[in-house]
Design a protein around this ligand. Sequence first.
Ligand code: SF4
Length: 372
Amino acid sequence: MQVLKKYRNPELIKPMLNEISELSQKLDEELKLMEVCGTHTMAISKYGLRSLLPKNIKLLSGPGCPVCVTSQQEIDEMIALSKMPEVIVTTFGDMIKVPGSNSSLEKEKSRGADIRIVYSPLAAVEIAKENPEKIVVFLAVGFETTIPVIAAALEEAIEEGIDNFKLFVAHKLIPPALEALLNDNEVKIDGLICPGHVSIMIGSKAYEEVVNRYDLPAIVAGFEPLDILDGVKGALKQKVEAQVEVEDKVKAKVENRYGRVVKDEGNQIAQDLIRRLYQVVDTAWRGIGIIPNSGLELRDEYAEYEIRNVIDLDVGDSNEPQGCSCGEILKGIKLPYDCQLFGDVCNPQHPVGPCMVSSEGSCAAYYKYDRR
Ligand code: SF4
């Protein structure tokens, strides 16, 4: 905590804000930066950083909340699974309240479904050991940050011969989603604040391809106020420098400003583990649709551990909640305030969409800290 104090110190934050203010006056046009991490979104709202920035710098939330980007069909399939008497569903807590087309895991639990919240996938493996007559499924939702932990739990189950442990793999990968967003004409972003946790795993170099192709700054930043403002300053500085009309125009680049934990190459052991168990596939994201190479499935030799290869889950057509703008919010096209249901109809006690459910969702962050 002592170390973190430095990154919350007003005496350091004030001069940083002054530098940002001075640089912002050199901007030719408004600068829109997207943070692609639910923890950043929460921290930005919690510390009121948007209101501290000059008016010509906007921070937009992107698809950085894993629960929020899980497709409606996947949620409906999870709910269908929970209704099966031979199945115990295990999940991290955020997933339980997410509304499906007709129900939610929370509703099914109140009707008697065996759904258990766990704090680690290893706890789900333990539940499988204790209940050999049941199929115990862990809802494997998450980005590159959580995938290695889940993969390690699966490896343990395989080693111990716990065949009744299965995964519902709904993982998503961040770099292909960034590419999809930048390819979308509706989305207007001038720079990226890259996710700190994901970057620990994949490394800052993982963003180079996107940065080179779209020529926009990408700053890997930590989660404290000073970290985030330093990330904003980095992107702003690159933009201001790129405005100068010279023959050898300065190219945008990736900057790792979270070097105290993020390495350029990331965590090789975690990356090897992921490659050993999974292969990359196309997958659907809420609000964005199918993104090529943005998901994972278990390799053929582990396919028996994917529950959808064991049980057929035909849920028919899935419908996203009426009036919910989560899809547009995840693309940075709308703010939570722009949703007509925000606050009154949709709130954390009665969430209509996943962005209000998840502790990393934009709507939940705005509701908790930024309500107008
Ligand atoms: S406020 Fe609720 S209904 Fe509106 S976008 Fe957010 S989660 Fe969806």
